[in-house]
Design a protein around this ligand. Structure first.
Ligand code: ARG
Length: 623
């Protein structure tokens, strides 16, 4: 759609040319373009419906457009397909297309064409090399991503992993496309709980006002538990907590300072995790919108109508927005409450204020909320209200990217043995610990089995990378909406669609370069890529799918599109390099064949690295 491979194979001679006028689309889009032109030539018009072929036996891509066109033209689908094929100008890319079944048109790419596309991918040191020649989106947008967003009253727990990891991946993809992305950490830092926490903090650390920056709470979870038990058992403390909320909301300076100290300390805990996960976020919590909520109320009040028909009205003392299509179980209208009957604001009020800020101040044309599927109804109502109120332009897109839960290996919700919530930090530590067992060789490791031995610090570094990569990759490789079971054994396995498998694949290719005595970054570019063996051709096709995968990923916003692709690429490589099924590489001859194959290795390594980086995963040169 908007990603272009700057794949400049010259149609006439099948070799690469340079220059920006040679920018072409992903292969799928190019075929679609040719089909569109052919249908026009036969006097029809319609979506070319080009998809990757289901079965490689039939070719690489398939167009299913003949059936629909036939209906409209009142002709037989096979006749329409034949007419399209006759009108197609595609010899530079494909063999003559076949027609199958009722009228499917199958395309098989020519090896010379594939080679030309691969040759035109810029070298690592050339302009665009870091993007494999893929150009940014033609129409960059301002996009807000609402990511992670834990409640600061407590420690981040396992439930926050998915939003953080999925959100970061989507942000990376959209940034890569050239959009301006605001990575908003909409933390919960406002509301009644904070009265209790501030009151508790004042008691346990009376000095906090004078030295707010020195505050250290090593265990936020037990701090919360202590505050809550005091609140539940001590009436005087309860009253004090309520007064503290009021003082906080009215802007009392001392109260605000203590509250700020608490939030900053809690955010330090969060950022220790974000740093480890290499996730960048801008903290803009609910409190940021406190004043803006007044504005929401003012705007709504000016729209309030009496009676029981209007969009905005008072119902049972509460200020409500009534949107079409929302009903209670009893069939009564279900409103979104924006100011409770006691005058208090709620989650919806703050989210309305947040949208106004994002649309009016940040200039967002897309807002994506990466939040658990449990909040679906909240977002459905919020978006419906914003539309009904006319607070977002019609072409602005608001989307809730909901995801399922991460469950314990037993399939039950994640809990500690005592039934408490599991801290995210503990889970990360456990993954890294287990990764260390996987990556550090047993003492009797045969000398010569590995490229080299690592010292303790290197093993620790590798374990950290592999452990965190394993958690991210496992999470991202599951379909968004389903629950999945956290399973360290599977996620750390060296076989299958896992991070260790992908990282090994990458490190292995890099070591092929070292063993062949070449610098991948400086491979001579004048050499041709020669594609003869089926394993070479299959690898070339996979490599060239990357642009298309990015297209799909940025449109569908499903990270497993990328993990599935990378896995298929790694498998295609392993076949290519296989002693029996593939080709010789390091000791291949003659030299032009050897260089061509090393070039394929280099492109595979670079594609894996770029793909993994879009998932937020760092590669290792050696493992
Ligand atoms: N803090 C919320 C929670 O823990 C998530 C916030 C999501 N973002 C939003 N704009 N509502 O459930």
């Amino acid at each position: 759609m908007c990603l272009h491979h700057s794949c400049g194979a010259d149609p006439a001679i099948g070799r690469a040319t340079t220059g920006s006028e040679r920018r072409l689309n992903s292969i799928r889009n190019q075929i679609a373009q040719r089909v569109r032109e052919a249908t026009r030539r036969i006097g029809a018009e319609g979506d070319p419906l080009v998809r990757p072929a289901q079965d490689e036996k039939f070719g690489d891509y398939q167009s299913n457009c003949a059936m629909g066109l036939a209906k409209r033209l009142g002709k037989k689908p096979r006749d329409v397909a034949t007419a399209i094929v006759d009108a197609l100008e595609i010899e530079d890319m494909c063999e003559k297309p076949d027609i199958a079944g009722p009228g499917f048109i199958n395309f098989k790419l020519k090896p010379e064409y594939l080679a030309g596309c691969l040759e035109s991918i810029p070298a690592p040191s050339e302009a665009g090399g870091d993007r494999l020649g893929i150009s940014p989106a033609a129409n960059p947008q301002v996009i807000v991503l609402d990511i992670s967003s834990p409640n600061l009253a407590k420690e981040m727990h396992v439930g926050h992993l998915r939003s953080t990891v999925i959100g970061d991946c989507l942000a990376r993809v959209l940034e890569f496309e050239g959009h301006t992305v605001h990575r908003e950490n909409h933390v919960g830092d406002w509301g009644t709980q904070f009265g209790m926490l501030v009151a508790h903090l004042r008691r346990v650390d009376p000095d906090v006002v004078r030295h707010p920056e020195e505050l250290v709470i090593s265990d936020l979870e037990s701090f919360y538990v202590d505050a809550k038990s005091r609140f539940d058992t001590d009436d005087e403390f309860k009253t004090e907590s309520r007064e503290t909320v009021v003082a906080l909301q009215q802007g009392d300076e001392t109260t605000r300072r203590i509250w700020r100290a608490f939030c900053d300390e809690s955010l330090r805990h969060c950022h220790a995790i974000y740093d480890r996960l290499d996730v960048k976020l801008v903290d803009r919590g609910e409190s940021f919108y406190a004043d803006r909520m007044e504005d929401v109320i003012r705007r709504l009040e000016s729209m309030t109508t009496a009676g029981d028909k209007g969009l905005v009205r008072i119902s049972d003392g509460a200020l409500c927005v009534f949107m079409e299509g929302f009903k209670t179980r009893e069939g009564d209208p279900l409103p979104m409450i924006v100011r409770k009957s006691d005058g208090g604001y709620n989650y919806a009020t703050s989210d309305l204020a947040t949208i106004l800020h994002r649309v009016e101040e940040l200039g967002a044309s897309r807002i994506l909320y990466v939040v658990g599927i449990g909040q679906k109804q909240h977002f459905d109502m919020l978006f419906a209200a914003v539309r009904a109120l006319g607070w977002a332009k019609d072409d602005a897109s608001l989307l809730h990217i909901g995801f399922g839960n991460m469950l314990a290996a037993s399939g039950k919700p994640f809990k500690t043995r005592e039934g408490g919530t599991v801290k995210l930090k503990d889970l990360l530590d456990e993954a890294v610990q287990r990764a260390r067992e996987v990556v550090s060789p047993p003492d009797d490791d045969q000398p010569g089995e590995r490229d080299r031995q690592f010292d303790k610090a290197q093993v620790a570094q590798i374990a950290e990378t592999v452990g965190l990569a394993a958690m991210k990759y496992f999470d991202l490789s599951h379909s968004l909406s389903s629950d999945y079971k956290f399973d360290l054994g599977t996620m750390l396995s060296l076989e299958g669609n896992t991070a260790p498998y992908m990282l090994y694949a990458y490190a292995r290719i890099r070591s092929i370069g070292r063993k062949a005595g070449v610098e991948f970054d400086d491979l001579p570019r004048s050499e041709e890529i020669l594609l003869e063996h089926p394993a070479e051709i299959a690898l070339a096709k996979r490599l060239l799918q990357f642009a298309e995968v990015l297209d799909d990923l940025s449109r569908e916003l499903r990270p497993n599109v990328m993990t599935d692709y990378l896995y298929s690429l790694a498998k295609a490589f392993s076949r290519f390099y296989d002693k029996k099924l593939g080709v010789r590489v390091i000791d291949a001859s003659p030299e032009d064949v050897r260089l061509s194959r090393l070039h394929l290795c280099e492109l595979t390594a670079r594609t894996l690295k770029l793909g993994l980086s879009l998932l937020g995963i760092k590669t290792l040169e050696e493992m």
